[in-house]
Design a binder for this molecule. Structure first.
Ligand code: HEM
Length: 128
């Protein structure tokens, strides 16, 4: 039986594998390699901070994830199909290695943040 996510190292392992798949993906890879060439070694600790606060209740993560992605969206639109693919790769990566309440929480939060991103980026409220 597989175990649940327990440590920061577990989260980093999921993220390392996910970003390897995301960079290589024919549908969303270009965001990481061309739109915002991402230095993963430098960024992974920040992304892990976010997930640690979600999954393990670690120190509060203060950055505004929506604002980060709004900037990317302004350079090259992040469409629903991109978000769906991101979530598909992410949830699959978690499921290969872990199962349990924390693994489920990580997958659910990825889905809910992606849904919120789609609403904020692609369906902003019409100004009066
Ligand atoms: C197609 C969808 C997505 C793309 C192309 C994308 C791309 C990126 C890129 C390029 C960065 C680095 C930004 C920078 O440093 O300038 C980033 C950061 C980040 N992304 Fe995404 N992202 C996507 C969806 C998501 C989703 C659904 C989540 C859900 C939780 C997420 C969580 C994060 C976090 C936590 C960071 C780190 C922000 C920081 O502290 O610097 N991303 N993303």
């Amino acid at each position: 039986m597989m175990r649940d996510l327990e440590t920061r190292a577990d989260i980093e392992a999921v993220l390392t594998e996910f970003y390897a798949a995301a960079f290589a993906d024919d549908r969303i890879g270009r965001f990481f390699t061309e739109v915002v060439p991402l230095d993963l070694a430098a960024h992974l600790p920040h992304i892990a901070d976010f997930w640690e606060s979600v999954v393990l209740g670690g120190p509060h993560y203060a950055k505004n994830v929506m604002a980060v992605h709004q900037q990317i969206h302004n350079l090259s639109p992040i469409q629903k199909e991109h978000l769906d693919r991101w979530v598909e790769l992410f949830t699959a990566t978690v499921a290969v290695h872990f199962e349990g309440p924390k693994a489920t929480l990580m997958q659910q939060r990825a889905r809910s943040v992606a849904t919120l991103m789609d609403i904020k980026l692609n369906h902003p409220p019409k100004s009066l």
